[in-house]
Ligand binder design. Sequence first.
Ligand code: CTP
Ligand code: MG
Length: 230
Amino acid sequence: SHFWAVVPAAGIGSRMQTETPKQYLNLAGKTVLSRSLGKLLAVPFIERIMVALSPNDAVWPSLPEASESRISTVAGGSERADSVLAALKALDSYAAPDDWVLVHDAARPCVQSAAISRMLITLADHPVGGIMATPIADTVKQVDAEQGIAATLDRSRLWAAQTPQLFRYGLLVAALEKALDAGVTVTDEASAVEWAGHTPKLFSGSRTNLKITVPEDLHLAELILAAEGE
Ligand code: CTP
Ligand code: MG
């Protein structure tokens, strides 16, 4: 079966508090989006990458990746899941239902290409797919409306979900469409797939695969890339 990729990059990055959306901020001499795409382009199994961009995006044409033959773009939607679904549908003429599709956030530029390859190989025979994740290091508290601690969760069974997330193409499209139709909150692909009754696998990743979310994350990402010689 074939491997395809989807990169949601249509967000406004409100928590970054910058004028420029975070996918276009400078990270060690390239945009965050260019760095994330570079990690996927370095995985030879991936035949085509569909990038979801904001309809108002004016920056993309100036990126070197805009002229890359393995990359296509499509207009994203108002929520992340809408952007992912738009990109999945734009792959319809390429992808067969049993093909694999890897969804990776533009905002995770520190993922390692070697880790992506290992994940693809590890999950290759799985009927559903799986996600990159790390065990939670902190003790997690559930709070009430007044920020009083209502419960302490069992940390030994808690993992933090990252992207990339890898699923069978037909199964993921059906699960996302069904979940969005039902009005379920879908913050990652796995949540829609779980909601549809499947059991995705966890693939143990690295904490250095952080998501650029708040301003300090950009400094951490610079340190991580520098430590990896980039
Ligand atoms: N994303 C998208 N379409 C949207 C919203 C988000 O493609 N309508 C993308 C973002 O560009 C990002 C990824 O989904 O690469 C993860 O989302 P998040 O970290 O929440 O990014 P933003 O929504 O841009 O940031 P914020 O929530 O702080 O506004
Ligand atoms: Mg968001």
